[in-house]
Write a protein that binds this ligand. Structure first.
Ligand SMILES: NC(=O)CC[C@H](N)C(=O)O
Length: 236
């Protein structure tokens, strides 16, 4: 699955800077009540209101704005101008990889991950997302509770670093810190670990019983990875 996303608001800002025009968004009205709020936002170019939009956040109406901006005769936007804006839109190519991982098949698991990274690179993917616990396989059961198994997962993660030049990946692995084990996603960007975040909402329905092994992560918290760098130095 490959998909492309666009931030229209920043595109309008970029366009206006290039054209040397002042672009401003202003919230002119807030409708609704405490549970649902609707923001009415106007886009002004050189102090003239050229488009208005409504949305549930202050940012939402911007896609509409761009369309209205394109249509606006006040700006005399030619097709060419619109095309220029479109061409300049920052986009990111994202892919998801699902792999047939098997607990304890360290070599096979690693090979499948590396093959997916290489395939993504060949397709100019910028962000490749793997499933949770992709490094070990999801169904490792009480091996997650051991000392050695999450440690091995970390060393497998470190072996992926050289394969991540020129790409960003998000990949799941268990991490033990003291007595606690976390079900985490590590983000590697251009061969560097940028952060590791632990799952906050455990699966405990049906066949899932993640509370047996994992401690909940805190919202908006990245695990401190200093300990990890030291570990890598020892292991590599
Ligand atoms: N509910 C979840 O968090 C999903 C658990 C597990 N990854 C599954 O797909 O079965």
């Amino acid at each position: 699955m490959i998909t492309t996303t666009t931030n229209y608001k920043s595109k309008i800002i970029e366009w206006s800077q290039k054209e040397n025009k002042k672009a401003e968004y202003q919230v002119v009205k807030i409708n609704g009540n405490q549970r649902y709020r609707e923001f009415v936002v106007v886009l002004q170019i050189n102090d003239a209101e050229i488009a208005q939009g409504k949305g549930s956040t202050r940012k939402k109406p911007s896609k509409k704005h761009l369309k209205m901006l394109a249509k606006s005769s006040k700006l005399q936007l030619s097709q060419l101008n619109l095309r220029q804006i479109t061409n300049q839109m920052s986009s990111i190519k994202i892919a998801g990889a699902t792999l047939n991982q098997t607990p304890l098949d360290w070599k096979g698991n690693q090979e499948r991950i590396i093959a997916a990274i290489n395939e993504a690179k060949s397709k100019q993917v910028e962000l490749l997302c793997f499933p949770e616990l992709a490094i070990t396989g999801y169904g490792a059961e009480d091996l997650f509770l051991s000392q050695w198994f999450p440690q091995k997962a970390v060393s497998q993660l470190s072996l992926l670093l050289p394969h991540c030049e020129g790409i960003t990946i998000a990949i799941g692995l268990p991490i033990r810190i003291g007595e606690k084990i976390y079900n985490t996603v590590a983000v590697i960007e251009n061969s560097k670990i940028k952060g590791i975040v632990a799952k906050q909402f455990m699966a405990i329905d049906g066949v899932h019983y993640e509370f047996r092994w994992f401690t909940l992560g805190s919202p908006m918290r990245s695990l401190n990875t200093n300990w990890m760098e030291k570990k890598f130095l020892l292991e590599i």
